[in-house]
Design a protein around this ligand. Structure first.
Ligand code: PSU
Ligand code: MN
Length: 301
C-alpha cells in the first residue's frame, strides 16, 4: 500500500540513517515559491548530515515515503493538494486524491514503513479557546500511540502551550528539551514553560529510544524539543503584538477547523515582514539537522 522510494528502501535495508519529513509545512505552511526551495533545501540538509531524507505525501491515492524532485514539486505547487491528517489517509487513498501529510499522518506512514526518526517544524496542539471549539490537533493522539522520535521546535505560539504540554503528559508522550530545560516556543527559543527532562546529544536521544524498545511499553513517541537559536528567533515584542492581531482576525473572519493553522501562519508572515518566516525556517533547519544526527546515532545502536 505504501510506496517506499528505492533510495529509502535501500537505506532501511542497510540500516543506514533515514529521516522522515512532513509535507503539510510545504504545501500549507509556507508561501509559494519559497516552499519548494525550502523543501529541497531541507532534504539537502539531511543528506549533508549523512542521512537519507524521506519526504512523505499522498499522490493520486498512494502514500509515498520518499519523493523524487518532480513529486516534491507537485506537493509544493499543485493546486488542490489537500491537508491530510491520519484520519484522512484511507479516504484520500480510496478517492485517488493527493495531499500533504500533517505530523499525525506523516508519523503513521513513517512508522509503518519502518522509520524511527522524524523532523518537523512545530507539532499541532491544543488551540486557545479549546473550551469553546474543542480544537486539539490529532497530532497528539496519534503520537501517543506511535513509536517514533519527533524533532520539533515545540508547538506554535498560536496554540495554548501549557494546555498542550498537559495533554502530552496525560497522553503519556515523552518530552525532552534538547540542550535546554525550557520548552521551546517555535518562533521563540523559550515558550516560558519548563520541561522535566533535558537531552544533550544525539547519542543520549538514541539511548532513550533503545530504552523505549527494551521496556516494550505500549507504543508512544519521544518528542525532542529543539529550540531555534536565540540569534535567529523572532523578536518577542513583535511576536506578542502580531499574534494578538492574528488571533483576532481569525475569529473575526470565522476561520475554523483545518484552516486555522494555515490562516494564522500566513497572517504572521504577512504582518512581520517575513521575520516570522525567517525564524520558522531557522527552526525547521535546526530540527532537520538534529534529526539526521539522531538517526545516525540510532543506526549505530
Ligand atoms: N508546524 C509548522 N507548519 C505547519 C504545521 C505545523 O511549522 O504547517 C502543520 C503540521 O503539519 C501539523 C499541522 O501537523 O500543522 C497541525 O494541523 P492541525 O492543527 O489542523 O491538526
Ligand atoms: Mn485543528
Amino acid at each position: 500500500m505504501i510506496v517506499v522510494s528505492e533510495e529509502v528502501r535501500e537505506a532501511l535495508d542497510a540500516r543506514r540513517p533515514v529521516v522522515a519529513l512532513e509535507s503539510t509545512i510545504i504545501a500549507h505552511g509556507l508561501p509559494r515559491p519559497r516552499n519548494l526551495q525550502v523543501a529541497l533545501e531541507l532534504e539537502d540538509a539531511v543528506r549533508q548530515e549523512g542521512a537519507v531524507p524521506a519526504t512523505i505525501a499522498v499522490l493520486d491515492g498512494r502514500p509515498h515515503v520518499g519523493l523524487d524532485k518532480d513529486q516534491v514539486e507537485r506537493v509544493a505547487n499543485e493546486d488542490g493538494i489537500r491537508k491530510l491528517g491520519h484520519r484522512d489517509l484511507p479516504l484520500a487513498m480510496a478517492a485517488g486524491a493527493s495531499g500533504a501529510t500533517t505530523v499525525s499522518a506523516t508519523a503513521l506512514l513513517a512508522a509503518r514503513a519502518g522509520l524511527r526518526v522524524f523532523a518537523t517544524g512545530g507539532l499541532g496542539g491544543v488551540h486557545r479557546e479549546w473550551t469553546v471549539t474543542q480544537d486539539e490537533s490529532a497530532d497528539l493522539g496519534l503520537l501517543a500511540r506511535t513509536r517514533i522520535t519527533v524533532v520539533c521546535a515545540g508547538v506554535k505560539s498560536i496554540l495554548d502551550v501549557p494546555a498542550t504540554l498537559q495533554r502530552l503528559e496525560t497522553l503519556g508522550v515523552a518530552v525532552a528539551g534538547y540542550g535546554t530545560d525550557r520548552f521551546p516556543g517555535f518562533y521563540l527559543s523559550d515558550s516560558g514553560h519548563p520541561v522535566d527532562w533535558t537531552l544533550d546529544s544525539p547519542e543520549q536521544v538514541a539511548e532513550v529510544m533503545r530504552a523505549q524498545d527494551a521496556l516494550d511499553a505500549p507504543d508512544s513517541s519521544l518528542v525532542v524539543a529543539n529550540p531555534v537559536p536565540k540569534e535567529e528567533q523572532l523578536d518577542p515584542g513583535l511576536h506578542a503584538r502580531v499574534l494578538a492581531d492574528a488571533l483576532q482576525a481569525c475569529e473575526a473572519e470565522g476561520v475554523t477547523g483545518q484552516a486555522v493553522t494555515p490562516f494564522l501562519l500566513d497572517y504572521l508572515v504577512r504582518h512581520t515582514d517575513g521575520a516570522s518566516l525567517s525564524a520558522n525556517l531557522a527552526a525547521v533547519r535546526g530540527n532537520v539537522r538534529l534529526a539526521a544526527r539522531i538517526a545516525a546515532a540510532w543506526a549505530r545502536v
